[in-house]
Design a protein around this ligand. Structure first.
Ligand SMILES: Nc1nc2c(c(=O)[nH]1)N[C@H]1C(S)=C(S)[C@@H](COP(=O)(O)O)O[C@H]1N2
Ligand SMILES: [Mo]
Length: 552
């Protein structure tokens, strides 16, 4: 066996040295060239992330590119992501961006083996994409974009050319174009020096890239707004009174039903919906919100100025238009904030301003009719949730909360500006993506317990219970029907007001057989929710929630 045979890749069929021309060996080093490309891409991304992290909250290349995907993706792609990955659709998108970059890197590595210029051009194009993606990002800075992208592309090119150069050295040794150094005898466990050099180099690059990536994460976490948030105290005396009402509701017969949703959802358990890949980290000391557009005086408020004003406390049920019948993209919390109308009045809203548009720090936007701020419903620039400053993921330092409107038209988190405009003059983020311009919340009810598939013994008393909501009209009646039978009126729990959901209970004696339980609610305007099923798009799901159980 010749020495060149010994060092050939194990996964290749054996061949005689005479059959193995230089091209055969070149093909054998393909996986290594691909590895060189992957490492070039990985180190480029890691260095780009590290450099950009010093400019936080400007995103790094990965998040910025993924943001561009979210912004420009057709809605079928977004729906697909939500269907396949659910609430993990964002981590999946970030991971996907990284994997695609590494795969492209692999391709570049192979293509650059013969023509290194391809690698240089490819990695420069990568850099350009990253630069523009960071630059146009709502939280991006062009300085960070240029510096991070240049460093990333430069690193990628150096790594790629360096590794391929080492690899060429290794190839020369294998083909016998260059004599092996006398001191090293090659064997499967002791590869020739050049190939070993490649692997050593590759290892160092891999470890360095991992360290850079970890470093960027660490730097970003240090710039977190969590510390600033921890120093704010939102609680007031009226929140204590409300808390007593909440405790009473939870301790009531209805509220203490096992399996029923608590009347107030803690921030950590509250449903989350937004387009943000990473939670915006906002230092309230450097934050302010502006009211502009069709107003007499443009006004800007700092966080302290908002906190210094007298605050309203209101339980409001927030719902996502994407919530399915029976779904859990809905929650009730106690919001603390400044009435929107108060701030608008100071700015002086002009009569032609028919829409209140708002934008977030991360570039999201929405809008609703100006009337909603003035028709008496709860409409707040909220700074608190359940007696605490807003949780970071729920919009710290400030967000909008408007009773009776789905979140996608009203509930801007990480609020940056409110612009008075006309209804025709502006479409929020989700409108061109196929959702209705107006998003009043549909009256809905949900069975929390029992759940589909539950089994009971005949004769047991089964508490049928759940929640019903119709912000800002309130719920006046909840009825339950078993097996399409007569509607039976459920007992309603303590009310936190018309903006909040209400808990309900109907004890039922289980009779043998399979049963279908249905629920429907009637709102304060006297309307009973429709039985006609509709999907969430374009303006919210409708129909009655039903649950199937078995008694045997
Ligand atoms: N900045 C920003 N605010 C946003 C969104 C968003 O994507 N970005 N999504 C809206 C939608 S669709 C909903 S349903 C609510 C959800 O608020 P939550 O995550 O606090 O429950 O936030 C709204 N506010
Ligand atoms: Mo939503």
């Amino acid at each position: 066996m010749s020495q060149s045979e010994v060092v050939a890749d194990n996964d290749r069929p054996p061949s005689t040295p005479s059959e193995r021309g230089p091209s055969a060996v070149a093909a054998g080093s393909r996986p290594l060239a691909a590895l060189a490309g992957v490492l070039a891409a990985a180190s480029a991304l890691a260095v780009g992330e590290l450099v950009a992290s010093f400019a936080a909250p400007s995103p790094g290349p990965v998040v910025a590119v993924a943001n561009r995907v979210i912004d420009n993706a057709p809605s079928w792609f977004v729906d697909f992501g939500k269907t396949v990955f659910g609430l993990a659709d964002k981590p999946a998108l970030v991971l996907g961006t990284i994997i695609i970059s590494l795969l492209l890197g692999a391709g570049l590595g192979i293509a650059s083996q013969r023509r290194p210029a391809i690698g240089v051009v490819g990695l420069s194009a990568f850099g350009l994409l990253g630069m523009v993606s960071i630059g146009v990002d709502a939280q991006g800075s062009w300085v960070a974009a240029v510096v991070a992208a240049t460093a990333a592309a430069g690193t990628g090119i150096v790594v790629l050319l360096g590794l391929l150069g080492t690899l060429r050295g290794a190839r020369a040794v294998e083909v016998g174009l260059r004599p092996r150094t006398a001191s090293v005898t090659a064997s499967p466990v002791n590869p020739p020096v050049s190939r070993r050099g490649f692997l050593n180099f590759a290892g160092i690059v891999g470890v360095t890239a991992a360290v850079a990536a970890a470093g960027s994460r660490e730097i970003r976490s240090r710039s977190s707004a969590a510390t600033a948030r921890a120093e704010v105290d939102i609680a007031t005396t009226s929140s204590t009174e409300l808390q007593q009402l909440v405790t009473a509701a939870n301790n009531s017969t209805v509220g203490s039903t096992p399996g029923i949703t608590p009347i107030v959802i803690p921030g950590d358990d509250f449903y989350l919906i937004d387009t943000a890949l990473t939670t915006p980290q906002i230092d309230p000391a450097n934050w302010s919100m502006t009211i502009r557009g069709l107003v007499d005086n443009e006004l800007t408020f700092s966080y302290d100025q908002l906190l210094d004003r007298s605050r309203t406390i209101a339980p409001v049920t927030l719902s996502c238009v994407s919530n399915e019948v029976g779904g859990n993209l809905v929650g009730n919390a106690i919001w603390t904030g400044v009435p929107l109308s108060e701030l608008l009045d100071e700015a002086g809203v002009r009569p032609e301003a028919t829409q209140i548009a708002s934008r977030s720090v991360d570039g999201w936007s929405c809008g609703f009719p100006t009337e909603a701020a003035y028709d008496g419903r709860t409409a707040l620039v909220a700074v608190g949730m359940n007696d605490e400053p807003l949780p970071l993921r729920h919009g710290f330092p400030a967000r909008l909360v408007v009773s009776g409107l789905y979140g996608y038209v009203s509930a801007t988190k990480w609020l940056k500006e409110i612009e008075l405009t006309t209804i025709e003059g502006f479409d929020g983020y989700w409108i061109p993506r196929g959702w209705s311009k107006l998003g009043p919340v549909k009256t809905q009810s949900r069975i929390d317990t029992p759940r589909t598939g539950d089994r009971f013994e005949p004769g047991t008393t089964v508490p049928i219970a759940g929640v019903a909501w119709a912000p800002d009209k309130g719920i006046t009646r909840v009825e339950v029907s078993i097996d399409d039978g007569e509607w039976q009126e459920a007992t309603l729990g303590e009310s936190l007001g018309p903006d909040a959901w209400i808990q309900w209970l109907l004890p039922w004696t289980a009779a043998e057989g399979k049963h279908v339980i249905q629920v429907r609610a009637t709102d304060g305007a006297g309307e009973t929710q429709t039985s006609t099923p509709a999907p969430p798009a374009p303006n919210g799901a409708s129909g009655w929630h039903r649950v199937g159980i078995e008694v045997a």
